[in-house]
Each structure stands twice: as C-alpha cells, then as structure tokens.
Write a protein that binds this ligand. Structure first.
Ligand code: CP
Ligand code: NVA
Length: 310
C-alpha cells in the first residue's frame, strides 16, 4: 500500500502543491458559480468517497466547509465528536485511526495537542487532514491565500502584518510565507510571540519576518492586516492576557497605516470590540466573509491533493 498523503501542516504539501491547490480552487469556484451549493461539480472527482470528521473542539466553518466541499466533489461525510464517540471514553487515537481507516476514505481531525494528529496519521492508512490543532491551522491558510489572490494581490513579496496573539493561525501563516515567498510582520505583546520553529522556517526560506511589540510600525505600508481571537479554544480567559493584547487591536488608526488598498483578514469567529473594532470588521477593507466562504473552495483542493488528484 502506498503511503497516504496526510495534510498536517502546509509543509506536507510544499509550495508547488499549494500553488496547484490555489489554481484548482480558483478554477472550480468559477466553474460552479451558477450551481446550488449542494450540487456536485460536473466531474464528481471524489464520487463514492467518504470523509470522517472528528471534532474534539467546537467548529462552525471547518465542519460546514468540509461537508459542503465533499458534497460538491461528489462524496459524503460523517461527523464524530469526542462527547458522543468512544474517543471521549478513552479509546485510543491509534485504535480510532485503524478503525476509521477501514470505514472511511479520509479523516479530518480537530483537536488540541498536535501530537494527537501526528499519532492519528501514524496509525491511519488513509489521508489525515488537520482541521486545527493548538499548533497550526493549515486548511484556514489555504483559504486565506485564495482570498488574498482573489483580491488582486500576488503572494511573492506580499507584506502581511499580524496583530495580537502568536497562535496556531499565525504559525500556519509563517509556514505559508516560507512556501509561497511572502514577508510577515508580527506584532505581539512580549511573551506571546509565535513558536521560534515557524519563524525560523520562514526566515530560512528567505522570507523577511519581523517580530515587534510596535503595532503601528508593523502596519506601516502592509498589504494584508490580519488578526485572530486573543483567547483560543481551550485557553483561559486571563485578564492579564486581555490587558496585554489591548494595544494590538486592529482599529481605524492601524488600518490607516497600511496601504490604501490593504485588506483585512480574520479567520472567525471574531470578538468585535476586542481584537478588531466594529468599524474595521464591517468596513470596506474587511474580506472576512469572502475568506469564510473560501474555506469550501480551499478544502476541496486540499481533499483533491490528499486523494492524489493534484
Ligand atoms: N476559522 C475556523 O476554523 O472556524 P471554525 O472554528 O468555526 O471551524
Ligand atoms: N486561534 C483560534 C482559531 C479558531 C478558528 C483557536 O484556536 O481557537
């Protein structure tokens, strides 16, 4: 049996495959513009395939976009959550991986500890897709790249500015910077920087990564302004963290420092009034809902890559 194509991090696919995914997503999205959302694409490329989606954390976009993505590719899905499956009663990841591999054609897992998804991949004989861990969120970033390109911004040389918490979403942005050759300014409070491994990966590939505590400097002349919740799933609502994050709120003053045609990205769910003001979130530069819709088109491309079609 050939080794399954897992998608645990963007580097598993590499830059050429990510570029192929983005092209595929753009083509498929445009080809099905007039179709109802649940109608399959004309070629049904994943006809007969089933994706098992395992959630150990909440989700709206990831769950719905993968479900609709599979329908549009001609396949189907099923959902397992920790509370109502044996995973929640202590069945091991290894056994769950082996059982699901006999029953479904691919597994999407959203979990906390990244080691769990590595264990799932190690024991699965079908592709395993990272639907978010505490460490990374690669599927989100394929949708983000698609959104950036759609808004007329080529990736090489792009200046992306991140504000707030150095979290899982930022880690995947840094990985994307390494693979797609763009630069990232990271403005976080002291102690909330991203993990060095992701910064080093981007720098080693030639991307310029600036780590700063100066939000205004990070925004200056940027093409893309991006933020995320200050408190990720599973984290405590610590007052100390919220206070530290306050100077990194994306507001009109910050947006005003970016290029006039800069776009604002947020993976959602948003906490308007915390990491972003109402005026920016609802403003003309915000493309957060294009980004959310693009989860479908991006996930279709990820799935096709996992099944060896890209
Ligand atoms: N952005 C994102 O992954 O959203 P959900 O948590 O709703 O899946
Ligand atoms: N950083 C957030 C992303 C949610 C999609 C979290 O992990 O909760």
């Amino acid at each position: 049996m050939s080794h399954p194509r897992h998608f645990l991090n963007l580097r598993d696919a590499g830059g050429d495959a990510i570029a192929a995914m983005l092209n595929d997503a753009i083509g498929r999205k445009s080809a099905r513009k007039a179709l109802p959302k649940g109608e399959p694409d004309a070629d049904h490329p994943l006809s007969g395939r089933v994706l098992g989606m395992v959630f150990e954390k909440s989700s709206t976009r990831t769950r719905v976009s993968f479900d609709i993505a599979m329908r549009q590719l001609g396949g189907g899905t099923l959902v397992l959550d920790a509370a109502s499956s044996q995973l929640g009663r202590g069945e091991t990841i290894a056994d769950t991986a082996r059982v699901l591999s006999r029953m479904v054609d691919a597994i999407m897992l959203r979990t906390d500890d990244h080691a769990k998804i590595e264990e799932m991949a190690q024991h699965a004989s079908v592709p395993v897709i990272n639907g978010l861990t505490d460490r990374s969120h690669p599927c989100q970033i394929v949708a983000d790249l698609l959104t950036v390109i759609e808004h007329g911004k080529p990736l090489p040389g792009l200046e992306v500015a991140w504000f707030g918490d150095g979290n899982n979403v930022l880690h995947s942005i840094l990985e994307a910077a390494a693979l797609m050759k763009f630069n990232v300014r990271v403005a976080t409070p002291k102690g909330y920087e991203p993990e060095p491994e992701f910064v080093e990966m981007a720098r080693a590939s030639g991307s310029i990564v600036t780590l700063t505590q100066d939000a205004a400097a990070a925004a200056q002349g940027a093409d893309v302004i991006v933020t995320d919740t200050w408190i990720s799933m599973g984290q405590a609502h610590a007052e100390e963290k919220l206070t530290a994050m306050a100077p990194y709120q994306v507001n009109d003053a910050l947006m005003g420092r970016a290029k006039p045609d800069a776009i604002f990205l947020h993976c959602l769910p948003a906490h308007v009034g915390d990491e972003v003001t109402q005026s920016v979130f609802e403003g003309p530069q915000s493309v957060a809902f294009d980004e959310a819709e693009n989860r479908i088109h991006a996930q279709k491309a990820v799935l096709r890559w996992c099944f060896g079609q890209l």
